[in-house]
Write a protein that binds this ligand. Structure first.
Ligand code: NAD
Length: 477
């Protein structure tokens, strides 16, 4: 039986559910808590509260809004232990990773101190002054995924509130609890209605997307849902920032330190149990070092401990939910059925948890499902290549365009390859190295718009140009 239930934050109040959704611990497959299943009426109430609070919030000087947003960092630090336990329990990630996510989000809030809303003066003469400034949009609907329920929440809250909007956030039905708790703590530190968190299923996401009281959607999730949101937003012409799926290529040239790069890319691919939008999802290794690299990664994988994230020493937790568990297993089964060389590495706990061993597929064909589809779990294809032109073409042969990485001692060659990759971020000799000021922008079907940094902040504003004629206009003859 679920032991605890959680509350939404609406208009600065804790609001209990009328109906509930069950929340499962992925380490044992058991329901351990419930979250409110927000009704349409409760959602209307949250949006109305956000609309009512928005003019006064927008009227505060930018510096004051910014100070109040930066101050939210301390709330995360003060509550990190409580939040860490809850995050591990609902999401599955090990305690160290859960703390890393919460304190990473705190760092994001602190870094908001460096952001400003620019005023661009286009002309300032005796005749005329023309400037473009940035005004808020109104109410932001934030729709969140289950892989980073706190960090991705921070990615939306910071620009929304800095720009003078108010927000209604909806976490994933798989991981609503930590976001609800953070929302309650934050809501008490802000004027009522400025920040609201409501929980529910996919229908709630759809209602928020279609609601005329929402001016913008900040969404992180799958490309399939992103396309639904684009369609649903059309009628009310909502602004959209969409951070969607990826199938990131890593390209490893023959001049690298094989052991070091194999280890770095192990974590780049399998960290958070592979459930990272910008994980390395296809690793192309030059033929000269392919065998040594594959051995180094497999050997390293054998040293990693998989288990319940609440237990000490565990480095990789379970897959977050049953749907994703089935999906990852179906990709592995497909490779096995087609006779690919599949390495299944590591002991996983018995029981009903959603555990999958680290799985490395040795040089499957380019049209294998495990290469073409985004796995979003602990299965990774290693692919052999011979020439730079060939590998660039193979890396780009996807509808996704989120990120990629190039690994080489030859920095000029790596930069040339980077310039030819069709994706929003390219890391050279590093991966997932994106501090708060760094914009993330998905190319192709990996997204719309930019998240984070100064460019990300502008996405939460409208441009307003003011043309001031300094002298009376000449009378027509
Ligand atoms: P998802 O698209 O299934 O769900 C994301 C959110 O959308 C959930 O809150 C869900 O309830 C809601 N939703 C579902 N249907 C909706 C609809 N019709 N209208 C509005 N909202 C709806 O994604 P997920 O499974 O939670 O997350 C995994 C995916 O997210 C992966 O594809 C991954 O690559 C991607 N992702 C991308 C980034 C990024 O920054 N690009 C980051 C993390 C995850």
């Amino acid at each position: 039986m679920p032991s605890q239930t959680y509350a939404m934050s609406i208009g600065g109040r804790d609001v209990a559910g009328v109906e509930h959704i069950e929340v499962i611990n992925p380490a044992d497959g058991q329901v351990f808590a419930t979250a409110p299943n927000c009704t349409p009426e409760q959602m209307d109430e949250a949006i109305a509260a956000a609309r009512a609070a928005q003019p006064a919030w927008a009227a505060l000087p930018f510096e004051e809004r910014r100070a109040r947003v930066v101050a939210l960092a301390q709330i995360l630090s003060d509550n990190q232990d409580l939040l860490m336990h809850l995050l591990t329990r609902e999401q599955g990630k090990p305690h160290a990773a859960a703390t890393g996510e919460i304190m990473g989000a705190a760092h994001w809030f602190q870094s908001a101190a460096d952001l400003a809303l620019p005023v661009e003066v286009l002309e300032d003469t005796d005749e005329r002054r023309t400037e473009t400034r940035r005004v808020p949009l109104g109410v932001v609907g934030a729709i969140l995924p289950w892989n980073f329920p706190v960090l991705v929440f921070a990615f939306k809250v910071i620009p929304a509130l800095l720009a003078g909007n108010t927000i209604v956030a909806k976490p994933s039905p798989y991981t609503p609890l930590t976001t609800l708790e953070v929302g309650r703590l934050f809501a008490k530190a802000l004027p009522p209605g400025v920040l609201n968190v409501i929980s529910g299923g996919d229908d709630l996401g759809r209602w928020v997307t279609e609601h005329p009281g929402i001016d913008k959607i900040g969404f992180t999730g799958s490309t399939a849902t992103g396309k639904r949101i684009v369609r649903a937003a059309a009628d009310t012409m909502k602004r959209l920032t969409l951070e969607l799926g990826g199938n990131d290529a890593a390209i490893v040239l023959p001049d690298v330190d094989v052991e070091a790069v194999a280890q770095a890319l192990f974590w780049g691919a399998f960290g958070n149990t592979g459930q990272v939008c910008v994980a390395a999802k296809r690793v192309y290794v030059h033929a000269d070092i392919y065998d040594a690299f594959a051995k180094a990664m497999i050997d390293y994988a054998a040293t990693v401990t998989i288990g319940d994230g609440a237990q000490q020493g565990v480095q990789l937790g379970p897959v977050q939910n049953r749907m994703q568990f089935d999906r990852v297993n179906s990709l592995i089964a497909d490779s096995q059925a087609l006779g690919h060389k599949v390495h299944s590495i590591g002991q996983v706990p018995d029981g009903d948890g959603y555990f999958v061993p680290v799985t490395i597929v040795d040089n499957p064909p380019d049209d294998a499902r495990v290469v073409v589809e985004e796995a979003f779990g602990p299965v990774l294809p290693l692919l052999r290549f011979h020439a730079v032109d060939e590998v660039v073409a193979r890396a780009n042969a996807t509808d996704y365009g989120l990120a990629g990485s190039v690994w080489s001692a030859d920095l000029d060659l790596a930069a040339t390859i980077a310039a030819h990759l069709q994706c929003g971020t390219v890391w050279i000799n590093t991966i997932q190295d994106s501090p708060p000021a760094t914009p993330i922008a998905g190319h192709k079907q990996s997204g719309l718009g930019v998240e984070n940094g100064a460019a990300g902040l502008l996405e939460y504003t409208n441009a307003q140009t003011v043309v001031l004629r300094k002298r009376p206009a000449a009378q027509p003859a």
